[in-house]
Design a protein around this ligand. Structure first.
Ligand code: CO
Ligand code: CO
Length: 347
């Protein structure tokens, strides 16, 4: 049954729409104007991680959703990954998830219902670990299987972390290693073993809860989570929303064990190529940039880490707090400059 579960996969790992390019989606959404409401604090205009609306109580409500087909063999683990990924956008705003709704597309003709049970158990485990609760959902018959959550969170206005708060002089901190699509893709075609893919599974099932709590305590004002567009795509969005330029040093960017080797052997996911198309005109690729490091930063992540922009006086303490809390790969990966010609310089 497990192999049947896995065979249903037709779209690769990496969160956002694989076939529809980010630019195409942007062009489509431009044709569907949304009437402004005075209560909206953050809308999709700034490409933030979640939408935010202010409540009559003064608190902010955070809403986000994400779902996708399996990228791992085990239904329970897939449930954990899908839930951790969906919850992540609340954390990227500095918020606290309070409840979630399950979104399930399940091929009941070709799959044993026990797969669905195990997948939902994995998702429920992560929602509970987040301190939130599942209060409903919707299931339809569909091939291939897809699963995710619509998540609601809350945040005090003074703690809000958006894409537009990065300031020149800030340092950039990334909390998790990159390479989840490279590893899960290599596992899919049998290039690596179940044991080799474990570091990716650890990253994908780990909540961004601890990272977000430490980030808010440190007073960080700008962050995003790294998902389908890769580090470079999400760095571009953060930099452009903040009207600054980032400089990223790829030698400081943490990589999952085996990821760089797989890139050197040609194991570059299709999503990385699409990400390059999406970002290339906004990026300066410095002569010092090694090709394998470039592809690492374009790797579409599922449930990737937080990318935070933090004032240099706070950065070292924040970094050691993250590492001491178990985020062993957390690293300072770059610096923020006043806006130049391009959004990101990468070397
Ligand atoms: Co996000
Ligand atoms: Co998404």
């Amino acid at each position: 049954m497990v192999s049947e579960f896995r065979l249903s996969q037709t779209v690769e790992a990496g969160g956002c729409s694989a076939k529809l390019s980010p630019q195409q989606l942007e062009d489509i959404l431009k044709q569907v104007p949304v009437k402004e409401s005075p209560n909206v604090v953050v809308s999709s205009k700034t490409h933030d991680d979640a939408g935010i609306i202010s409540l009559p109580s003064g608190e902010y409500l955070i809403q986000t959703t994400d779902f996708f087909p399996p990228m791992v063999d085990d239904p329970f683990v897939f449930g954990e990954v899908a839930a951790a990924n969906a919850l992540s956008d609340v954390y990227a705003m500095g918020g606290k998830p309070i409840c979630a709704m399950s979104l399930v597309m399940f091929p009941s003709q070709s799959m044993d219902s026990q797969i669905l049970v195990n997948m939902l158990k994995g998702g429920t485990k992560k929602v509970e670990e987040a301190g939130a609760t599942i209060i409903g959902g919707h299931t339809i018959d569909d091939e291939p299987l897809k699963y995710g959550l619509a998540v609601t969170g809350i945040i005090k206005p003074e703690n809000l972390v958006t894409n537009s708060g990065a300031k020149p002089g800030d340092l950039l901190i990334l909390t998790k290693a990159l390479g989840t699509a490279i590893l899960t893709g290599a596992r899919k075609v049998g290039l690596i073993t179940e044991k080799d893919v474990q570091p990716a599974i650890e990253v994908m099932t780990m909540l961004n809860k601890t990272g977000a709590e430490i980030m808010v305590k440190a007073g960080v004002k700008a962050a995003t989570d790294i998902t389908g567009f890769g580090l470079l795509g999400h760095a571009y969005r953060l930099a452009s929303a903040s009207n600054v330029t980032f400089r990223i040093e790829t030698k400081s960017v943490p990589a999952l064990p085996g990821a760089i080797d797989l890139i050197k052997k040609g194991g570059i996911p299709g999503g990385s190529m699409r990400n390059l198309e999406f970002v290339r005109k906004h990026i300066v690729f410095l002569p010092s940039l090694k090709d394998e490091r470039k592809w690492l930063t374009l790797d579409p992540q599922t449930s990737g880490g937080l990318l935070m922009s933090v004032s240099p006086v706070k950065a070292n303490k924040l970094l050691s707090d993250l590492q001491n809390a178990g985020l062993k790969d957390a690293s300072i990966i770059g610096e923020v400059f006043p806006a130049g010609q391009k959004s990101v310089l990468i070397g």
